[in-house]
Design a protein around this ligand. Structure first.
Ligand SMILES: Cc1cc2nc3c(=O)[nH]c(=O)nc-3n(C[C@H](O)[C@H](O)[C@H](O)COP(=O)(O)OP(=O)(O)OC[C@H]3O[C@@H](n4cnc5c(N)ncnc54)[C@H](O)[C@@H]3O)c2cc1C
Length: 385
């Protein structure tokens, strides 16, 4: 466990994932250098004007449904502790109309409000650097992780590095730094476009409704940046795998109108008429999803040492002994939050901070294991002849 003056971590990525890690480490007495390529926090997917914190209800429990239940509880407590209702979130219920119908407790959340609140709380221990794009990570002779920009200049060195750069984590760990094999890190971009507009008058439904997409009939937030109306309604979002562009398209607005048609036909008509008269607003960004749709949280595996270990131990079949995986010492990952970053970032960051401190996995060891970033390297190695 790193101790004393070595309790310094560099964190790459200042969205929900990276800033949740800063908050967790700062509470544990760490100093953090936070690097992001953007000009401020929450400028990627976490710039979402409004998203939903909700359980993922399934007939039988799955890792994602269990994670979401835990994450929902933990995030709600964070919101209640740090962000005034009406200035970044509002409690609500959501009607599930498609699979597993029912009404569930939920909240509408603007992620940037939570990110800002965590940064304020961690301010005395966090040094942010904006427009600091990390090109690669190197291990120094003295065992530090060094973040280097595209010009080859050192940005910062620390004994612990956490990569929370969403889909940017892939290039950083594979091509540029050669720290992971691309097939061991199956991340893909998934573009999403939300349609939204200022809400005039009464909302068209009592509460948010979800089928394929979420209809938010009303969201009020006095902290929304000036480019958004403080009272809005929204429908979203499209889900286009493999697309990492962020421009708005009329086709995606029409796709949202189509999904809204089955949820609330009058709202679909309104969306289309606002689009026709040029008054419909939109927001598009890129989610990062893994092959099995679960986040990647934990220490980065050392694939070369892993193959040697497997050959020596004769592992080919049976249970994957994740705990025996050789790791890149001091290098951690928190990414692939997919469509559930609001629900999962805080929970996953807490588990990651415990891992960094060398604490045992806590009450849900099987779930912690399900998120281990080494799982794909193991699966890949076991498939080799
Ligand atoms: C349209 C849409 C709707 C959504 N709706 C919901 C919802 O209703 N509920 C929900 O829970 N989630 C929702 N999500 C998902 C949620 O927004 C994400 O899961 C979450 O924001 C991911 O946070 P993150 O920190 O991992 O990524 P990001 O917020 O994208 O942050 C990654 C950061 O890494 C930085 N970065 C990348 N590469 C580098 C590098 N090399 N050097 C330095 N910095 C780098 C980027 O600049 C960026 O700031 C939605 C997403 C979209 C796009």
């Amino acid at each position: 466990m790193p101790g004393g003056s070595h309790r310094h971590a560099l964190v790459i990525g200042a969205g929900l994932a990276g800033v949740a890690v800063c908050a967790q480490l700062a509470r544990r007495g760490w100093h953090i250098t936070l690097l992001d390529a953007a000009s401020g926090p929450a400028r990627g997917a976490s710039a979402l004007p409004v998203g939903m914190l909700s359980p993922h209800v399934t007939r039988a429990p799955t890792p994602l449904s269990r994670l979401s239940a835990l994450g929902m509880q933990a995030t709600l407590a964070e919101l209640q502790r740090l962000v005034p209702q009406g200035r970044g979130w509002q409690a609500c219920e959501v009607d599930n109309l498609g699979h597993d119908p029912g009404r569930w407790p939920a909240a509408l959340v603007r992620p940037a409000a939570l990110v800002q609140a965590w940064l304020v709380e961690a301010a005395s221990r966090t040094t942010p650097h904006w427009q600091a794009s990390v090109h690669r990570l190197e291990r120094t002779a003295s065992g530090l992780w060094r973040a280097v920009n595209a010009a080859g200049e050192m940005l910062v060195e620390a004994p612990v590095a956490v990569i929370a750069a969403a889909h940017g984590s892939h290039a950083l760990l594979t091509d540029a730094s050669g720290l992971m094999e691309p097939e061991h890190l199956p991340l893909r971009p998934v573009k999403g476009q939300m349609s939204l507009a200022e809400l005039h008058g009464a909302p068209l439904a009592m509460r948010p409704q979800r089928d394929s997409g979420v209809f938010v009939p009303a969201y009020e937030d006095s902290g929304l940046p000036p480019e958004w109306p403080a009272r809005l309604w929204a429908m979203g979002s499209t889900y286009t795998r493999g697309d990492s562009s962020t421009h708005l398209t009329p086709e995606a607005h029409e796709a949202n109108a189509g999904s809204l048609q089955t949820i609330c036909p009058p709202a679909a008509d309104r969306l289309r008429s606002l689009q026709a008269c040029g008054e419909l607003r939109g927001w598009a960004q890129v989610r990062c999803a893994s092959l099995d749709r679960l986040p990647l949280v934990g220490a980065v595996p050392d694939a070369v040492a892993l193959s040697q270990h497997m050959a020596a131990a004769g592992f080919r079949r049976g249970r994957v002994p994740l705990e025996e995986t050789p790791r890149r010492q001091g290098l951690y990952l928190l990414t692939a939050l997919g469509s559930r970053g609001i629900t999962l970032a805080h929970l996953c960051a807490g588990w990651l901070a415990a891992d960094i401190e060398g604490e045992p996995a806590g009450a849900e060891p099987d779930l912690v294991a399900a998120l281990d970033p080494a799982r794909f390297a193991w699966r890949h190695a076991r498939r080799q002849p």
